[in-house]
Design a protein around this ligand. Structure first.
Ligand code: SF4
Length: 947
């Protein structure tokens, strides 16, 4: 395996692997004495974001305690480097307030009374409730709802083994819109830019400091920059990323597609595009738009029609919409064209997650890649499926027969993932209930919009029968659970992970380091909770044992999937589960391990990661094998099919795999959108956001001609409403915090603990002589929140911004709930659906087993904004459109910092308004959803049709 070390230096940033079994360092706390400490170094994987960077745990061989975490130089993606959140795992595992034992509710739900229970009781309770539900045909009432997964495939396998359609995720408050845009082009729902080899990088977000695959991507963006690449950043906020750019384009939120399409127009008009790539690899021959029918026409005629179609997106039009200067748009377009196949980009959340139609900027961005032929190239845009490796386990259950409309309701047939943020509304509408509900690293009461609607449903035992919060840390949602089940942090669990971080395919192995340490010492450990602090367990073993508890004698057909492939009829162990995968499903791993006289499992335990291949470019050109072509037919249009289903496509007289779309090409023209009632968006277009400036004006009563209510739900303020109207950007991340999971990391909170409202000086004047620190009241459609102002030119005029992560709260003063990161609040439902929250006390120093909690010097915990937002489901992607049209005014004499008010009756009405934008199923052939669209835990094909 390659060493990742800086060239030209004789300094070592990491102990060499041969010394990991006994690494000696002087104890820093014993200084100035030289006291040698001996460490066992064990690799694992960080769980503090999706990137899956490699960590090394330093276990003191004398005390058996983990003393620190550093980066694993053997990890192909992170290459020994980590962000601040990686080493902060040490704070998390030693957090004095952490939950160490399974807890069971006593008293009313939400009342805050808990008692310790055993894992056996938990398994028996949930096993019998789920068994009964399955036996009575109520499988839809069993639901697993995940925030941060941190694994690949094992939960889909578990739920399919139970035969249920019960997988719910957080994706539609995260990345559904971006995924939708990418799916329409090439089926793969995530991009994988090759930043390191790019000549020009376009980022539509603060990607360098807090993006998806943050640390692995940031390293490679800088590698690219050091090698001469230029960077352009489109973001209304002057982020650290924007400050590193050669171009900062502070576009007005929601107008990004107008800018990108103007760039496409420049490239088309100036004939700077790659005609060979476009002709060979787009489905241009299927296009029908503006009266033009491509069938039977030349490619040149298609290009002319495309030029005519995009003529309206002039740089001047884009400037008017976005505020980005036309000459900058032209300049960047030419730079992109010059970079050609070495043009990389990234758009994941940001504008995609903020705006109604946020998937259109993705459609427009990939159009730039298609025009420049930079798809699958070195230095270009690639597909997640080409750079991610998910090995199969020993036995895969068949797909479930059912379709759960609480997950995929018919109104949103094209949604990329489950309509998870609508769950309280769907339940309130009487569409179903939950018998057993597992929330896992998932805190919707806090992280989701409309958290009070979640509380209203979670507290009602008729709607949610039994709720277990599986969590490594305390959360506002866990307060409304029946069981709080402590699950391991980064270094306390097994998981197998792979991410599309760069031009490579790799796997990383997260492992419980204290268990591995004890086993190295010759101690037998049956279950991970025996080695972890308290009785903190891990999900892998929990689900295996729960599956046995549901089906103890195997008569339901569930147990068979959790029996050992090596010891028939016996319960599988985690060593056997992963050992089988490493022996059988990872190309080259067994041979590599053998060279070191190791089993594949021992190799992965030693190094923690393995690079499968770097042969990942242009995989669309991979020839179909003779076996794949057996029984296949070549259609007149060049499509290679078997039994009517596309398998590949002819390219230069060779049958190749192409892309996983119906045309096996990049779909510049989406027949799917035409067939599913959205013909106006068959080509990439500019879809006006719900925070469009005309929509803001309309909210004040001056409805303009440009507001088309068919597409845009307009906020309606009360007649006597005060204040100035702005677009609020509520989703930018701070590089050092982790959604709601960093409340247990004292050093991260010491670095960042405030989320003031960013206000441009021009707007500060408009509001009225506003200064930094002044108290503001921000009105949303359903309530308000009160916080401090921060006056800065780092935000575009007309836009205000408030960071994600902060504003954690607890309703009990001293209940060992991360007191250095949460405010103690008074929470009241003052009348039906009307909720008020007021901070009683902010953060204060306190006594605990950690002397640092007496040294807490900050008092601010921030203000919880998300709970004051209604749901905004995009009618196509299903994404919650995060940006808000808000009214901002000076706080009144009765308002206090942190005050919150919400009316959930209004939030349900907003839900209904947005639902009315949808164009429901059925689609062609009575389908619920296009058959070619990806779906997590995909059911059988017949379930895709209405019965
Ligand atoms: S980027 Fe930071 S938080 Fe994310 S996995 Fe890597 S070290 Fe952990």
């Amino acid at each position: 395996m390659a060493e990742f070390k800086r060239e030209g230096s004789n300094l070592s940033s990491c102990p060499p692997v041969e010394k990991w079994d006994d690494w000696v360092e002087y104890d820093p706390e014993a200084w100035p004495r030289r006291v040698a400490r001996h460490y066992q170094i064990i690799p694992t994987i960080c769980f503090n974001c999706e990137s899956a960077c490699g960590l090394l745990a330093y276990v003191d061989k004398e005390t058996g305690k983990v003393e620190k975490f550093e980066g694993n130089p053997k990890h192909p993606a992170s290459r020994g480097r980590v962000c601040a959140k990686g080493p902060a795992v040490i704070n998390q595992i030693h957090d004095p307030d952490r939950i160490l034992y399974p807890m069971k509710r006593v008293g009313p739900r939400g009342g805050g009374q808990w008692t310790r229970t055993s894992w056996e009781e938990v398994l028996e309770t949930f096993g019998s409730r789920i068994r009964k539900a399955l036996q009575e045909g109520r499988g839809e009432e069993v639901m697993y709802h995940v925030g941060r997964p941190g694994y690949d495939f094992i939960m889909e396998r578990t739920l399919q083994a139970w035969g249920i359609d019960g997988h719910n995720s957080h994706t539609n408050i995260c990345s559904s819109s971006a995924r939708f845009g990418y799916v329409l082009w090439h089926h793969a729902d995530r991009p994988s830019p090759d930043h390191a080899n790019a000549r020009f990088i376009l980022l539509l977000s603060a990607h360098l400091e807090s993006g998806h695959y943050f640390n692995p991507h940031a390293q490679r963006i800088i590698d690219g920059k050091m090698a001469g690449a230029k960077i352009a950043v489109m973001d209304p906020r002057l982020s650290n990323t924007a400050s590193m750019g050669d171009y900062w384009m502070p576009s007005y939120p929601g107008t990004e597609a107008a800018v990108l399409l103007a760039m496409a127009k420049v490239i088309l008009d100036e004939n700077l595009f790659d005609p060979t790539f476009m002709k060979n690899w787009t489905n241009w021959e299927e296009a029908e738009f503006d009266g033009f029918v491509a069938k039977g026409q030349t490619f040149a005629a298609f290009v002319e029609a495309l030029k005519r179609h995009y003529a309206k997106y002039t740089p001047e039009f884009a400037e008017k919409e976005s505020g980005v200067q036309a000459e900058v748009i032209v300049k960047v377009a030419r730079e992109i064209a010059t970079a050609g196949s070495k043009f990389a980009s990234h758009l994941w959340r940001g504008s995609a997650s903020g705006n109604l139609g946020g998937w259109q900027p993705v459609r427009a961005l990939v159009l730039l890649h298609v025009l420049t032929g930079s798809v699958g190239t070195e230095g270009g845009h690639s597909l997640n499926a080409w750079n991610k490796f998910v090995p199969r386990p020993f036995k895969v259950p068949p797909p479930q027969q059912r379709w759960n409309e609480l997950l995929y309701p018919p109104e949103w047939p094209l949604c990329t993932h489950e309509m998870s943020m609508l769950l309280p509304h769907l339940i309130k509408e009487g569409r179903g209930r939950l018998e057993a509900y597992f929330t896992r690293v998932f805190n919707p009461v806090w992280t989701y919009p409309d958290g009070f609607s979640w509380i209203e449903v979670l507290r009602d035992e008729r709607l949610v029968g039994l709720h277990a919060a599986l969590t490594p840390t305390w959360s506002e949602t866990a307060w409304y659970a029946d069981y709080v089940l402590p699950m391991g942090l980064s270094s306390e669990r097994h998981d197998l992970m792979s991410q599309e971080t760069h031009a490579s395919k790799w796997i990383g192995f997260r492992q419980p380091v204290l268990r591995v340490f004890q086993e190295k010492q010759g101690k037998k450990v049956d279950y991970t909770y025996q080695a972890n602090p308290g009785e903190v367990w891990e999900e892998d073993e929990f689900w295996i044992n729960l599956s046995w508890a549901i089906d103890p004698d195997g008569s339901m057909g569930i147990r068979q999937w959790f029996e050992s492939p090596y010891r028939p009829g016996q319960k599988i162990t985690v060593d056997e589960y992963y050992g089988w995968i490493f022996e059988n499903s990872v190309p080259g791993l067994a041979e590599t391990a053998k060279k070191e006289n190791l089993s594949p499992l021992a190799y992965m335990r030693k190094y923690g990661a393995y690079e499968v291949t770097t042969d990942v470019y242009k995989l669309n050109e991979k020839p179909l094998s003779a076996a794949e072509l057996e029984g296949a037919k070549i259609e007149a249009n060049g499509l290679v099919t078997r039994q009517g289903k596309p398998l590949g496509v002819m390219n230069n007289e060779k049958a190749v795999v192409g892309y996983n779309t119906p045309s096996r090409k990049l779909e510049i023209f989406s027949k799917t959108l035409v067939e599913w009632k959205w013909p106006e968006f068959a080509l990439p277009e500019y879809y006006r956001s719900h925070v469009d400036r005309a929509a803001q004006a309309a909210s004040l009563g001056s409805v303009t001609a440009s507001v088309d209510r068919k597409y845009m739900p307009v906020v309606e303020w009360p007649k006597d409403a005060n204040g100035e109207v702005f677009t609020l950007l509520p989703i930018f991340r701070l590089p050092t915090l982790i959604h709601t999971r960093s409340g247990n990391a004292k050093l991260l909170y010491e670095i960042a603990h405030k989320n003031p409202l960013w206000v441009n000086p021009i707007d500060a004047e408009k509001i009225g002589n506003l200064h930094t620190g002044d108290l503001l009241k921000v009105h949303t459609e359903i309530g308000f929140f009160v916080l401090h102002a921060w006056i800065t030119e780092g935000i575009a005029p007309g836009v205000v911004a408030c960071s994600h992560h902060l504003g954690r709260w607890r309703v009990n003063k001293d209940d060992h709930i991360e007191r250095f990161s949460s405010a103690w609040v008074d929470l009241k439902e003052v009348s039906k659906g009307q909720w008020k929250m007021r901070q009683i006390s902010a953060v204060e120093p306190y006594d605990s087993s950690d002397p640092d909690t007496r040294r807490v010097w900050w008092s601010d915990a921030g203000v919880h904004q998300d709970i004051t937002f209604p749901v905004h489901p995009d009618p196509l992607s299903g994404m919650h459109c995060w940006h808000q049209v808000v009214r901002v005014e000076r706080a009144g004499s009765d308002d206090r910092y942190g005050d919150i008010f919400v009316d959930t009756n209004l939030s349900h009405a907003v839900y209904q308004r947005w639902k009315a934008l949808a164009r429901p199923a059925p689609g062609p052939g009575n389908l619920r959803r296009p058959l070619w669209f990806p779906r997590v835990a995909r059911p059988v094909e017949t379930a895709f049709y209405f019965g």
